[in-house]
Design a protein around this ligand. Structure first.
Ligand code: MF3
Ligand code: CO
Length: 249
């Protein structure tokens, strides 16, 4: 069942989302060559708690950290580690969810570190643009897969591929609600979008093929072919005037 939210519920989701947006924005300066992903996690955890919010991912199905940090060929769900240090030329995807007053906000960005090659920069740009193409279709009366098809079309016309193993999702009092929001598919399918729905739309895009594998830690998803991967996610609300991005400042 898809849970349609009232105005006051959307305000609460927006408040959680604002915290996510602020922290991700601050990471664009904080994250640099030489830092370990564990140091990023320590910073993020402190920033969440300073705002009286709760990290949404820690303990979720046993996930051990407050943030997912995925470097280069890591697609999503990278576990912060003292032994993973960012270097110039890396791209790093940071996925953050918080709970405030019982409601969730969820977003992810991919950041280039130092001097990043043109192919990696193009991957990042195409992934973020694909997100925007998707939410242009996130309009009341459209169907969920109109978002999916727009994302896939943009990604594939740029020679990259969308990951199938993970999808976007409804969000609200739970991190994952119905509907699923795949980043692939034919338009005109799935549930109809309605004003008051809140969704996390999150294209994961590989420079090579779409397949992934999971590392022995049970979490980290990497590209099967070792190619780079990028991830952008925002929590959005379907309004009278189209999609409103709640995890943007
Ligand atoms: N943004 C991801 C999602 O929507 C993050 C979940 S990571 C987990 O599913 F650790 F919480 F599983
Ligand atoms: Co998500």
């Amino acid at each position: 069942m898809i849970i349609v939210k009232s105005q006051s519920e959307i305000k609460k989701i927006a408040a959680a989302c604002r915290i996510v947006a602020e922290i991700l924005e601050s990471l664009k300066d904080f994250v640099r060559a030489g830092i370990s992903t564990a140091e990023i996690e320590t910073y993020v955890d402190r920033e969440i708690r300073k705002r009286d919010a709760i990290p949404a991912f820690r303990g979720y199905r046993g996930y051990p950290s407050s943030v997912c940090i995925s470097v280069n060929d890591q697609v999503v769900h990278g576990i912060p580690s003292r032994t993973i240090r960012l270097q110039s030329g890396d791209i790093v995807s940071i996925d953050l969810g918080v709970i405030l007053d019982g409601f969730y906000g969820d977003a992810a960005i991919t950041i280039p570190i130092g001097n990043v090659g043109p192919d990696a920069l193009r991957l990042i740009r195409v992934t973020e643009d694909a997100f925007h193409r998707g939410i242009q279709k996130a309009v009341a009366g459209n169907r969920v897969s109109d978002i999916s098809a727009a994302i896939q079309g943009h990604v594939e016309s740029n020679g990259f591929s969308v990951v199938r193993a993970f999808v976007g999702h409804g969000i609200g009092r739970s991190l994952h609600e119905e509907p699923q929001v795949p980043n692939f598919g034919k338009p005109g399918q799935g549930p109809r979008l309605k004003e008051g729905m809140t969704l996390a739309v999150e294209p994961m895009v590989n420079a090579g093929g779409p397949d992934i594998k999971i590392l022995d830690d049970g979490w980290t998803a990497v590209t099967a072919d070792g190619s780079l991967s990028a991830h952008f996610e925002h929590t959005i609300a379907i309004t009278k005037n189209g999609a409103e991005i709640l995890t943007k400042l």
